[in-house]
Design a protein around this ligand. Structure first.
Ligand code: BGC
Length: 478
């Protein structure tokens, strides 16, 4: 990455890396932690590659000091972690607080701050307490208030030190992969119905929590709250074909727009989503009420409930029109299919086509369509599968090209990008793919109990980029 021009990045740019609790912590039943939906999902056979689990993962629950060393070696200014909800509230409610869990996160947060690293904390990165799933989980109306209580507990407990909050990570992924496709926890397959309900309750939970922070904590703590949204960049497969052009708009509406439009746009779902879902319900004779729920006037509106835009970007798609699905399904409603361009290299897994300039285009699209608020890229990364390559040249090229595009988004497109968080600090438990995909800046040796962390070349080079930017900033000040 030595060729990267860092002059476009503002002096206070956040250089970060991200992780999530279930993917790194392990200690799945230690010290009073309750089970989460991911514990249950992994313990049921046949759900995850080779029936692997996050029971131990990188054992960050016991080896946090090793993670901290990695963070310091990288010279990160920011670190994004998530709290395991069930570790601090084993049944998901504030009726019972697990003090050992609270102690763990206090230690992590205190150590970060003492090391001059700003924490960004996600409240729910896919791992819902199983006790709440047993009462309907994200499909239940009550979950929004329960989440709000949990969020308030975290603001009260950690908010004197944590100033950057993410309520929910990637509602699209947990709603769709977990409740439409059934390939993520909780493994529900109710095509065309449950994902919309789950997404809706996640938005309600997020909005209530933001409003709580805004009225009761912001004046005391001065922090910021957002929701992390994932999106591909999308372009028509045939730009000359009006149907592909319209399908591309729907593709973006059904992914980014599903959540960005309520929060940053109109306060409601995208028009194309509402009309398609309603028309298809009629067409397919579905008459059990609206599949896409409506926002109630009696609850706080989702509109304006974010202090910054948090974007997780991994890949891009060429989109073609898809007609005529005869069964209820999200994809049928969307009426679009995304394919990869044969010229795009694939990183580790079929869906992860490497398209760095897609990030620049998406950043510009967000600025033009939704908001001029600062944007943090809260996740972006490149995976490896097969024999480990510590000299991961492809990943180095990927980071260099991607950061170059972020620089261009700032200097040429005028996008207010505040920070970039690489996914991930460490190789970790990659959900249904288990440990066979490695996204780390640090390699983790999962074959020994020490779970030794060692630099990949990409990690060393990322550290060099951060240090180069730091020296440039300092020399400008002198
Ligand atoms: C998730 C991460 C995941 C990454 C790579 C994102 O969808 O937030 O937890 O590891 O993508 O697949």
């Amino acid at each position: 990455m030595s060729a990267l021009d860092v002059s476009a990045f503002p002096s206070d740019f956040a250089w970060g890396a991200s992780t999530s609790a279930y993917q790194i912590e392990g200690g799945w039943n230690m010290d009073g932690k309750g089970p989460s939906t991911w514990d249950t999902f992994c313990h049921a056979k046949g759900k995850v590659f080779e029936d692997q689990t996050g029971d131990v993962a990188c054992n960050s629950y016991q080896l946090w000091e090793e993670d901290l060393k990695c963070i310091l070696q990288l010279g990160l200014t920011h670190y994004r972690l998530s709290i395991s909800w069930a570790r601090i509230l084993p049944d998901g409610t504030t009726n019972h607080v697990n003090l050992k869990g609270v102690e763990y996160y206090n230690k992590v947060i205190d150590n970060l701050i003492a090391s001059d690293v700003t924490p960004m904390v996600t409240l729910c990165h896919f791992d819902l307490p199983q006790a709440l799933e047993d009462c309907g989980g994200w499909q239940s109306t009550d979950i929004a208030d329960i989440f709000e209580n949990y969020a308030r507990f975290c603001f009260k407990t950690f908010g004197d030190r944590v100033k950057l909050w993410i309520t929910v990570n990637e509602p699209y992924v947990y709603a769709k992969l977990g409740h439409e496709d059934g390939i993520f926890a909780p493994g529900i397959k109710e095509p065309g119905i449950s994902a919309y309900l789950v997404g809706h309750n996640m938005l309600r939970a997020h909005a209530k929590s933001w409003h709580s922070y805004n009225s009761d904590f912001r004046h005391l703590q001065g922090g910021q709250v957002s929701i992390a949204l994932n999106s591909d960049w999308a372009e028509p497969l045939d730009p000359g074909c009006p149907k592909d052009v319209a399908a591309t708009e729907r593709y973006l509406a059904f992914s980014l727009g599903w959540f960005a439009c309520p929060v940053f746009g109109t306060g409601d779902y995208p028009e194309s989503m509402k009309s398609r879902i309603e028309a298809r319900s009629l067409e397919l004779g579905y008459n059990q009420g609206p599949r896409l729920p409506r926002f109630s006037k009696d609850e706080p509106s989702p509109l304006g409930t974010a202090d910054f835009f948090a974007l997780n970007y991994y890949t891009s798609r060429k989109v073609k029109n898809l007609n005529g699905a005869r069964e209820l399904s999200f994809t049928g409603d969307e009426g679009a299919e995304g394919v990869t361009d044969p010229s795009w290299p694939i990183s580790g897994i079929y869906w992860l086509a490497v398209v760095p300039d897609g990030l620049r285009k998406l950043l510009k699209y967000i600025k033009d369509t939704y908001t001029s608020l600062p944007i943090y890229i809260t996740e972006n990364g490149f995976s490896q599968s097969g024999p480990v390559q510590k000299e991961d040249d492809d990943r180095c090229t990927f980071y260099q090209d991607t950061l170059q595009e972020v620089g261009k988004a700032i200097s040429q497109e005028g996008v207010n990008v505040k920070g970039y968080f690489a996914w991930s600090l460490l190789d970790n438990f990659e959900w249904a793919e288990g440990f066979r995909l490695r996204f780390g800046l640090f390699h983790v040796d999962f074959s020994t109990p020490e779970l030794k962390r060692t630099f990949y070349r990409s990690g060393r080079e990322y550290a060099a980029v951060i240090s180069k930017h730091h020296s440039q900033t300092k020399s400008k000040l002198v």
